[in-house]
Design a protein around this ligand. Structure first.
Ligand code: GLN
Length: 345
């Protein structure tokens, strides 16, 4: 009895101390995040490697100096450096959220059985990749991937809806919920890509011919082009990444955007194919599921820790933003973000 009465105040004191140091730790962790973001911004601000994408004419006109970094933590706090307000087109990063929408709506099996989830190891708009996997289609499950154009156009074609409008509302709705704001299509990019996307139209037609798209490939290509033209800034993209980092629950709005149990499927495809044919190299250095877009954005996810995004238009040969790759790798490594590394304590 004596020991209990004595230990109670000691227990209370210990509790108070623990919560004090927990909030102290949170503040310290916040300072560390900002420090890492600032350091990467300073280090890469003047880096001039890479070149804007120009096969979509509107992308060539985007300011190549645009550089913004944002990190979102579990408490919904957003840490930023540089220009996190100017918008670029989301491009291929939208593929993640449309795939996620299909997984949410129709289950993880639907994507695997209709499109496949293996990396093609080829460029994002490769037609050879379509032909290569075609040889194994008859023998079993399809082998396309929803994060490169053929599979992505097919995934857009899978979103259910009685009209193009209805499908679009679902696609943009999922993006909005993940970003915590209403996003708009950049009309100049949409027009520019619609005028020049004959290659994607050819891919769409092939996907119908090979059974990946069931009907109306033209609608799938058009909606895919529209989703690629959604305007986002680095902050939006980081919030979108954080929704995936925290089990499908947007930490800014606390809205559950997708079922937590389905998020690992999304992250797995990002890990294997998010940076096209450089996905292996990226994973080797960071361990992070990520996705790039030819607009210059990259998102990356450290599950349970943070979502991060960088916007910087100049791309390397694989089509991935040079500064975004470097900044994200540095920040994640200094915050212990690699999910494949053993916990530091
Ligand atoms: N809309 C672009 C395309 O289809 C997206 C490509 C990308 O970001 N890799 O070519």
């Amino acid at each position: 009895m004596r020991t209990i009465t004595r230990s109670l105040p000691a227990f209370a004191a210990a509790l108070a101390l623990a919560s004090l140091s927990a909030s102290g730790l949170a503040a310290q962790a916040g300072a560390d995040v900002q420090k890492a973001v600032d350091a990467a911004y300073a280090k890469y601000r003047t880096l001039k490697e890479g070149k804007n994408a120009d096969y979509i004419p509107a992308l060539a006109k985007v300011n190549p100096d645009l550089f913004g970094i944002a990190v979102v933590t579990a408490d919904g706090k957003v840490y930023t450096a540089g220009d996190v307000k100017s918008e670029v087109s989301i491009q291929s990063i939208s593929k993640v959220f449309t795939m996620a929408q299909v997984i949410q709506e129709q289950g993880a099996d639907a994507i695997e059985k209709t499109i496949g989830v293996d990396a093609t190891g080829a460029r994002f708009n490769s037609i050879i990749a379509v032909e290569a996997v075609r040889t194994v289609v008859g023998s079993g499950a399809p082998e396309m991937n929803p994060l490169v154009n053929p599979g992505a156009i097919s995934a857009t074609g899978m979103v259910r809806g009685a009209s193009a409008d209805e499908v679009w509302k679902k696609i943009i709705g999922f993006h909005n919920d993940s970003a915590a704001r209403n996003l708009d299509v950049l009309q100049d990019v949409y027009k520019s890509e619609s005028d020049t996307n004959q290659r994607n139209q050819a891919i769409g037609a092939l996907m119908l011919a090979y059974g990946y798209i069931k009907s109306n490939w033209q609608q799938a290509v058009d909606l895919y082009t529209r989703q690629c033209s959604i305007g986002v800034n680095a902050r939006d993209l980081a919030v979108m990444a954080s929704t995936l980092a925290f089990g499908g629950k947007n930490p800014v709005t606390n809205k559950q955007v997708m079922d937590a149990a389905k998020v690992p499927n999304v992250l797995a495809v990002m890990a294997t194919a998010g940076l096209y044919d450089d996905s292996g190299k990226w994973l080797y250095h960071t361990g992070l599921p990520a996705k790039s877009g030819v607009g210059g954005g990259i998102i990356a996810v450290s599950p349970g820790k943070f979502g991060i995004a960088v916007v910087s238009p100049p791309l390397d040969d694989a089509g991935n933003s040079v500064r975004a790759q470097r900044a994200i790798a540095d920040i994640s490594n200094s915050l212990g973000g690699n999910p494949l590394a053993p916990p530091s304590r």
